[in-house]
Design a protein. Structure first.
Length: 346
């Protein structure tokens, strides 16, 4: 069995920097045409100048002959200015601004502490410039249970934000709950959308603990109950234009995952398209896969769809146990397991 689809884009990707960037970039550029690249480096990418420099670093790391285009983002802080948003839009390099509530995830310590009190002028300028806000949708209040952080964020921050600025384009990144699905579906189409990861479509919170602690299944937002996973699968396989591919592939060296205080993040770039195909096949919705992977994202961002094609063949293959580099090892999602669908550009 074989499917031919328009080349996908990844609308949420961590490429890191330095040696890690050089190691992981081939896994994404071999199949994806473009990617929205996350700005949570050390130091974070908070200015257009820094975003342009980071894009140059990524382009230098691409394999020879690659046509991959990194779409850059700015890291929103309490001190981001409306002028910076104007510069970002004018650059033609920056395609979104990322909201990390301070302390929500990896390298988010410089994130926003008071969205309404400190960032409203910036958000208003983003409406003027048609610049999307990309949201890590979790509160960081320690009194809120970690499994409820997304739900509370929607009710206390996101819903009031959209009521206040209904023309602001928002992407709710890596949705994990039935609550998020219902919220996105309740909003005006074309203004609020969501990216969905392979792990939140295929894994539930049991998989963090089955057979002992599984650190390579630990990510933020954390995996949720099976009822939430099923709700997300139903949403993305329904054909809705509100949901699109965003892997949130977040590589960390094995020793930073398998330690006393392991990092959050799933390295899924090597298996992402195989995993998405698995989801749509199991749902009997392979005819809707192409829209999710290749149409909904560029349509929401207002940019052209890719012209090139890729093939997905029903050709079982074994995922490597790890990928070895001079600096250490990276363990992919589904390490050592067999997946049915094998994508290729030929």
């Amino acid at each position: 069995m074989e499917l031919t689809i328009t080349q996908p884009d990844d609308w949420h990707l961590h490429l890191r920097d330095g040696d890690l960037l050089k190691a992981v970039v081939p896994h994404s550029v071999s199949l994806f045409g473009r990617a929205i690249v996350m700005p949570n480096l050390k130091p974070p990418i908070t200015t257009t100048v820094a975003a342009m420099a980071y894009q140059v670093s990524i382009l230098k790391a691409l394999p020879a002959g690659s046509t991959f285009t990194p779409l850059m983002t700015l890291y929103l802080t309490d001190t981001t200015s409306p002028t910076e948003i104007k510069l970002a839009k004018k650059s033609g390099v920056v395609f979104g601004v990322k909201l990390y509530p301070a302390g929500a995830t990896t390298n988010s310590q410089d994130g926003v502490t008071d969205l309404f009190g400190k960032c409203l002028p910036v958000l208003e300028e983003m409406v003027e410039q048609n610049m999307p806000l990309l949201v890590h949708g979790e509160v960081t209040d320690p009194d809120v249970d970690i499994f409820d952080r997304e739900k509370v964020f929607i009710e206390t921050i996101l819903r009031p934000l959209i009521e206040r600025l209904p023309q602001l384009k928002v992407v709710m990144e890596h949705v994990t709950t039935l609550d998020a699905v219902r919220f996105v579906e309740s909003c005006k189409e074309g203004y609020v959308a969501a990216t969905v990861t392979p792990q939140h479509l295929l894994l539930n919170r049991n998989t963090i603990f089955q057979g002992g602690l599984q650190p390579h299944n630990y990510c933020l937002p954390i995996l949720k109950r099976e009822i939430h996973r099923q709700a997300i699968v139903s949403a993305v396989t329904s054909g809705s234009k509100r949901f699109f591919l965003g892997t949130d592939s977040a590589p960390h060296e094995r020793r930073r995952k398998e330690c006393s205080c392991g990092c959050a993040g799933v390295f899924n770039a090597p298996v992402a398209l195989s995993a998405y195909a698995k989801v749509f096949e199991e749902a009997g919705a392979l005819d809707k896969l192409e829209a999710f992977t290749s149409f909904n994202g560029p349509d929401f961002y207002g940019i052209s769809r890719n012209n090139s094609k890729i093939k997905l063949r029903k050709n079982p293959w074994k995922v490597p146990n790890s990928y070895s580099y001079s600096f250490g090892e990276l363990v992919p999602m589904y390490a050592g397991e067999t997946l049915d669908w094998k994508p290729s550009l030929d």
